[in-house]
Ligand binder design. Structure first.
Ligand code: ADP
Ligand code: ADP
Length: 542
């Protein structure tokens, strides 16, 4: 206990007590008197991938507008415009000097991938191929399409693509441009792990082989770790001010961020650290069975896709992590359990109440958040509901907004709240991490866990963020197969067996960071990678 709360911290381990204060120096830019101020800038470097790790609303987009020469910063003098020489003077001797000089002396061309790919069909209609051909300034389209696996969709109209397809099309369209500076705002939402690793590889290749500057915002820490050469931490008070630290090594930056304490800045950004279990948790198999399902089969159309699920059982109070590639039937299984689809073989107990949050959220009604949530539960506004759902999901500030005005991350939090607010036996959440920053992922994780425990309910969570699955799941349901052709699901198993099966399908092993115990993807073919594969230990130390 921190001394303020008598009992257990209502936010679990994640309350920020001493919010960081604004710095006692001039910001790079301040939008207006008493408006948002940005301190510090990220420093993109030729041939390198620079990451920014921090919450939404901290000024990342503002920083990119500055680095793209679309916003001349005022160095805190609201109403004036500095010239670049003054800005350069302020940054002489820092990692940013070289970039600013290049920017002053020549035109910097910028290519960027937007954060919310779901909005692309609103801005562009027509064939996917047309969009991609317009952007192919480097003549690399065929290769990108091939490596990203979007060949099957290039002749479809943009508005028929799924979020995962749009994400890869947007990445191809950005990387095909011929720019000096590329800004990629979140590349992982809706992608599975293999697709995330391919995206990381393509971004690294463009930096390494072509000497381009890449700046990425990414909240999947296992992928950021793999992707970046250096990272800046962004902290502050979202919406009020943001501070971008000087670059740190990726390893130290992520470790400091997880520990909640920035060493050079001597700044605590979170009360406690985020911890990972180095050894597989002992399975707490005491829970009663909530649902027992027989072997199930389901195919679509003339059997273009078929799914077969081994018989299994789901227990009370547990969080069952669901992992596996995209397109192999995870959502189909969820719909079978939810009674939205009938299986071809086997039968699901129809007496079970299931609340379902789909991967692609469709709550775009002209209705306020509070009205929407109170239409779902009578508990809305009770102290229990506030503590268990509204606070951890940070809903207070957006209660009066219209659902149609929410950002992707806000919409995700409302959808998770709506799902948990239903009275159900089984809560199925498909990719709750999408568009949440790291802090929000941790809060959402703890809300889902606590909710399942306190309500003797079960949560089944499909997600591709390995850190989130690690923090969230008691057991794992592993899917495998060939995307769009066939899928198989094993019975739910313990974390160790489940991770070994899942990661051996992917051919990836994780080692542990010696300081924080957090999992880090091993380089393929490295000594550790080979040793762990031989021992059959892909994730947990034996
Ligand atoms: P991030 O990309 O980290 O989410 P942004 O740079 O988009 O953050 O925004 C940081 C803050 O600056 C937000 O509170 C936003 O409302 C504010 N802001 C952005 N653009 C303007 C503007 N043109 N005028 C005033 N405030 C702005
Ligand atoms: P996942 O959740 O693992 O990404 P899904 O269960 O959504 O996979 O889909 C599995 C496969 O079934 C995909 O190839 C998908 O295109 C196909 N599919 C999903 N729903 C339908 C449907 N209603 N009709 C025909 N095919 C479908």
């Amino acid at each position: 206990s921190c001394g303020i709360c008598v009992e257990k911290c209502p936010f679990d381990a994640i309350q920020i007590l001493n919010l960081p204060q604004e710095l006692d120096e001039e910001p790079v830019h301040r939008y207006g008197e008493n408006s948002f101020a940005l301190y510090g800038l990220p420093a993109p470097e030729e041939g390198r991938v620079t990451g920014i790790l921090g919450p939404n609303g901290i000024g990342k987009t503002t920083a990119v507008h500055i680095l793209a020469d679309e916003l001349t910063p005022n160095l805190g003098e609201v109403g004036t415009e500095s010239d670049w020489d003054a800005v350069l003077e302020a940054y002489r001797g820092t990692a940013l000097q070289e970039y600013l000089e290049a920017m002053r002396d020549e035109e910097m061309t910028v290519a960027r991938k937007p954060q919310y790919v779901d909005q692309i069909p609103d801005q562009f209609d027509g064939a996917t191929r047309t969009l991609l051909e317009q952007t192919d300034e480097r003549g690399v389209l065929d290769e990108l399409v091939e490596r990203l696996g979007i060949g099957p969709v290039v002749d479809q109209d943009i508005d028929t693509l799924s979020g995962g397809e749009l994400q890869r099309v947007a990445l191809a369209a950005t990387l095909a441009r011929d720019a000096d500076f590329y800004f990629l705002d979140e590349v992982t939402p809706y992608l599975d792990i293999s697709q995330r690793m391919t995206a990381a590889r393509l971004i690294r290749d463009l930096a390494e082989n072509e000497g381009r500057s890449m700046l990425v915002v990414e909240h999947d820490l296992a992928i950021l770790d793999l992707l970046a050469d250096a990272i800046h931490i962004g902290y502050g008070q979202p919406g009020a001010f943001g501070i971008i630290t000087p670059p740190k090594s990726v390893k130290n930056g992520i470790n400091e961020y997880l520990s909640g304490y920035l060493e050079n800045e001597n700044m605590r950004i979170r009360e406690t650290d985020i911890e990972f279990e180095e050894h597989a948790p002992a399975s707490n198999s005491t829970g009663k069975t909530v649902i027992e399902y027989p072997a199930l089969g389901k195919s679509y159309g003339d059997g273009e896709f078929s799914l077969s699920v081994d018989a299994g059982e789901i227990r009370e109070g547990e969080v069952l992590g669901v992992v596996g590639p995209n397109g192999i039937g995870k959502s189909t299984f969820a719909k079978l359990l939810a009674g939205q689809l009938d299986p071809d073989a086997g039968a699901v107990d129809a007496g079970l109440d299931i609340a379902y949050k789909p991967q692609y959220i469709d709550i775009d009604q002209p209705m306020r958040v509070d009205a929407f949530l109170s239409s779902i539960t009578n508990e809305f506004g009770s102290s229990y509901w506030n503590t268990e759902i509204a606070q951890p999901l940070q809903l207070e500030a957006i209660m009066e907004q219209s659902l149609t005005d929410l950002s992707g991350g806000e919409r995700q939090r409302v959808a998770i709240a709506a799902c948990l607010s239903e009275d159900a036996d089984l809560y199925l959440l498909d990719e709750p991490s999408a568009h949440l920053d790291v802090e929000q992922r941790v809060r959402a994780t703890s809300a889902i866990r606590r909710y399942a425990e306190h309500n003797d309910a079960t949560a089944m969570v499909i997600d591709h963020d390995i850190y989130m699955i690690d923090l969230l799941a008691d057991r794992l349901l592993v899917f495998d197969g060939e995307p769009a052709i066939e899928g198989r699901a094993a019975p739910p198993q313990g974390m160790r067996e489940g991770m070994n099966e899942f990661l051996s399908n992917l051919d990836i092993t994780f080692r542990r960071d010696e300081r924080t115990g957090r999992p880090r993807i091993n380089k393929p073919g490295s000594q550790l990678d080979r040793e762990q594969k031989n021992a059959g230990e892909y994730y947990y130390a034996p």
